[in-house]
Ligand binder design. Structure first.
Ligand SMILES: Cc1ncc(COP(=O)(O)O)c(C=O)c1O
Length: 333
């Protein structure tokens, strides 16, 4: 029986009742001619088509409940995984939910955001505003709700959200041990930072059994490293736990898979996406996981890791986006 207890104390509401699957990629191993390739399926969860934000939501909901909140506010694009998963978790745990999309209202935007309404959230469109303006509007909406007697909680604090991935590091470590796998390398998307920093923090508390490979899908290395360091230090402060300083941690940055930038397709990502789909029946998408997979296949699959050391890609979800990405496939038209 897997132990999903916390390595630290923090308010938490359980969203996930069980561990996500940890599986060997046997067919991919065969296709690449090497052993020791695994996947951790955070795309495969009981709720709302799954994804990394559900782990963070356990702690955001915990903080919201502790603050006695009754309505969650969250912002993102119409296809945002964070918005969809917040809408679902809010409904399950009895919070109202208001979603702010920084997008014009259009039929396409409404289709992309449709699942938020399925989960009962109120959806507001702000037009094409930048992130600063979006944050301002959300803060203002929270003030208006307070004035009307409601208790809003704004979802998204990076340090609180990162706690979910410290738990994921523990979970993966236990699964590898239970399956007698010498898991030494974990690959995950390098983006805004909470998932990565949380996992790195959990790994550090475990004594760094894994080298953590961050495949950048958004920022240059300096910006990504600074984000990870800021959140990692924030976790140390919030939990009051002793952990090594971030410079001493086994983190490997992979910057070669970003292509022209966030959300832009690359030929390597397309090849990797099709390879995993056809070898294992597992889907990824262009923004996060296909680029991470390209790095995983290139580095772990092509002999850069010593034989005997297993590698795992942490699939953080986002697969629903694939339904809006047909235009990005060059080879399937
Ligand atoms: C599917 C998926 N993977 C990875 C990430 C990156 O996570 P983080 O923002 O914690 O770096 C996101 C963020 O939205 C995501 O939706």
């Amino acid at each position: 029986m897997l132990n999903r207890t916390l390595p630290f104390t923090a308010p938490r509401q359980i969203v996930l009742e069980s561990a996500t699957p940890f599986r060997r990629l046997k067919h991919l191993e065969k296709a690449l001619g090497r052993e020791g390739l695994f996947i951790k399926r955070d795309d495969h969860m009981e709720i709302a088509l799954g994804g990394n934000k559900l782990r963070s939501l356990e702690f955001w909901l915990g903080a919201a409940a502790q603050a006695d909140a009754d309505v969650l506010l969250v912002a993102g694009g119409p296809m945002s995984n964070l918005c969809r998963l917040t809408a679902s978790a809010a409904a399950m745990h009895g919070f109202d939910c208001i979603i702010f999309h920084n997008s014009e209202i259009s039929e396409t935007a409404k289709q992309k955001s449709f699942l938020n309404k399925v989960f009962g959230a109120e959806v507001r469109y702000l037009g094409n505003v930048g992130e600063d303006m979006r944050a301002k509007v959300v803060t203002q909406a929270a003030e208006e709700l307070k004035a009307a007697g409601r208790k809003p909680y704004i979802v998204g604090d990076a340090i609180v959200g990162a706690m979910g991935y410290a738990v994921a590091a523990y979970e993966l470590h236990q699964q590898a041990q239970a399956d007698d796998v010498n898991l030494r390398h974990v690959f995950l998307s390098g983006s805004m930072g909470p998932t990565e920093a949380g996992f790195i923090f959990g790994n550090a508390l475990l004594g760094n059994p894994f080298t953590v490979h961050l495949v950048s899908v958004e920022y240059g290395q300096a910006e990504l490293a600074a984000r990870v360091a800021r959140i990692y230090d924030g976790l140390k402060a919030a939990t009051q736990l002793a952990a090594p300083s971030v410079e001493d941690l086994p983190i490997h940055y992979h910057m070669d898979y970003l292509g022209d930038g966030y959300g832009r397709p690359t030929p390597e990502a397309e090849r990797a996406l099709l390879m995993l789909a056809r070898a294992e029946g597992i889907l990824t998408e262009y923004v996060y996981t296909a680029k991470t997979l390209a790095g995983f296949i290139d580095f772990a699959g092509n002999g850069c890791i010593p034989a005997g050391e297993a590698s795992c890609i942490l699939h953080t979800g986002g697969v629903p986006s694939l339904f809006s990405q047909f235009d990005l496939f060059r080879s399937l038209h």
